[in-house]
Design a protein around this ligand. Structure first.
Ligand SMILES: C[S@@+](CC[C@H](N)C(=O)[O-])C[C@H]1O[C@@H](n2cnc3c(N)ncnc32)[C@H](O)[C@@H]1O
Length: 443
């Protein structure tokens, strides 16, 4: 049976060779291997941590590996990476364990010779941890900062010019932290206060959120049993804010234009007391099945999923409320989507903001006269957010932005920008980076 570190190496191979998402790869291996919750947590920690800190880890390994690192077998490379990650970042793992476990894994997967190689490199790193060089010889200032925070240079240069040097550092620091996992209490099954009492009675420790129907448990696995009963679902609080801003009412006809995997559609349904109609669009059958599965686990039956390109969907009667949670670069959630920073390019940004604009224009066509549209992303790039909204409002003077202050209760006002939209940077207020704006027609 595979153990934590072996699963980590297999998952990292899937991410690098087959371009899988790290959480999808991990969930696959967890579904075929029985691991204790604590071992699952450790596996996630080393996979996500290794992906986030990859630039720094590779820089260190190259100091102790004298051959062509780029040509190294991918599994050996990932065994070295997870070993180096433990040595550099996990003070609770004894150094001898980080080295020995990696060596045994290399022998098991790749034979004695490569086991010896892993032993040589990791032992060397372990013996020289205090004198490892964390600078790039002859590199520019930007190169050194990129290495310090393990981010691609183009991204950090972009954030420095958008947010300034200090804020850019704060963003990168937050991106390297373990993200907090919040659970949404399904109010169709329990009143939030009652569910929290139930957790306390079972000695589950948790923190409250500014969202009264959310809890953040100290240990993820304490809430796992309630996922299967449909009493909770996992959702980032920043993402939930977009739904709160739409503020749908029971009985309304709501459209969720880019809906999979259904986190927001299902929250909208819970807010509507499972009364009314929600049409949830997405491009792929398998993703629509995810929405159906989640809705059914949560006891929701007002969601109809439709496979359709939302730039071309039309609806004669129109909708009372439209959520456009647009496909985006995801630069607000790089701590959760650990591999994403290495996959993104500036070309993605241009293509996505083009698509987002088309989606928004189509949303406007499907909105009833007094309907609201909420446009949201998990990006922190102005071109996908406020700049795009300004462009839309300039081209469509009959629309205006309605301030989130008018919709959200007082305790949320600290996350509302002066201009009335919600704009969050990673790590600020404990949230992910996200954007949402509510648009309505002028009277
Ligand atoms: C940010 S995710 C949505 C997350 C979802 N709202 C939630 O909270 O669970 C964006 C989704 O848009 C879908 N998508 C991308 N282009 C689309 C299009 N042209 N029409 C409809 N859906 C699209 C993607 O397949 C993806 O599932």
């Amino acid at each position: 049976m595979m153990k934590a570190r072996e699963i980590a190496v297999q998952a990292l191979r899937e991410v690098e060779v087959n371009h899988a998402k790290s959480d999808t790869a991990l969930n696959h291996f967890f579904s075929i291997t029985a691991l204790e919750p604590v071992d699952r947590a450790f596996t996630m920690q080393i996979v996500y941590g290794t992906l986030r800190e990859k630039m720094k880890i590779d820089h260190v390994i190259k100091q102790f590996y004298r051959h062509d690192y780029d040509k190294m077998d991918i599994d050996v490379k990932n065994i070295l990476r997870i070993g180096a990650y433990q040595l550099l970042f996990l003070s609770k793992v004894p150094r001898w364990a980080a080295v020995n476990e990696s060596v045994e894994l290399a022998k098991k997967l790749k034979g004695q010779f490569l086991g010896n190689l892993v032993n040589g490199v990791l032992r060397n790193i372990s013996n020289n941890l205090e004198s490892v060089d964390f600078s790039i010889q002859g590199g520019t200032f930007a190169d050194q900062i990129a290495l310090k925070y393990s981010h691609p240079r183009w991204l950090l240069e972009r954030w420095i010019s958008t947010y300034g040097f200090l804020e850019a550092q704060n963003i990168m620091e937050a991106n390297n932290l373990i993200p907090r996992i919040a659970f949404r209490i399904n109010r169709l099954k329990n009143a939030p206060e009652k569910f929290q009492q139930k957790l306390l009675a079972e000695n589950v420790t948790f923190r409250k959120s500014i969202l009264p129907d959310f809890v953040i448990p100290d240990r993820f696995f304490d809430l796992e049993p309630f996922l299967s009963t449909g009493e909770v679902s996992v959702q980032s609080e920043a993402q939930a804010l977009a739904c709160r801003l739409l503020n749908p009412q029971p009985g309304q006809k709501v459209l969720d234009m880019c809906a999979a995997p259904g986190g927001k559609s299902t929250y909208l349904a819970e807010m509507m007391a499972n009364a009314g109609q929600i049409t949830s669009l997405d491009l792929y059958d398998n993703k629509l099945e995810d929405i159906d599965r989640l809705a059914s686990a949560l006891g929701i039956d007002i969601i109809s999923t439709i496979k359709h390109d939302a730039t071309r969907f039309s609806h004669e009667e129109g909708f009372d409320a439209i959520l456009l949670d647009a496909p985006c670069t995801g630069t607000g959630v790089l701590s959760r989507r650990a591999e994403l920073r290495w996959r993104l390019s500036e070309a993605d940004l241009a293509a996505l903001s083009n698509l987002q604009y088309q989606l928004l224009e189509n949303a406007a066509k499907m909105a009833k006269p007094d309907a609201a549209i909420v446009y949201s992303t998990c990006s922190i790039e102005p071109e996908e957010n406020q700049v795009l909204i300004e462009k839309f409002l300039n081209a469509h003077p009959e629309w205006q932005l309605q301030s989130a202050i008018e919709i959200l209760p007082d305790e949320f006002h600290e996350v509302v920008h002066d201009k009335g939209y919600i704009s969050l940077l990673p790590g600020k207020n404990g949230f992910d980076g996200a954007f949402s704006a509510r648009l309505v027609r002028k009277a």
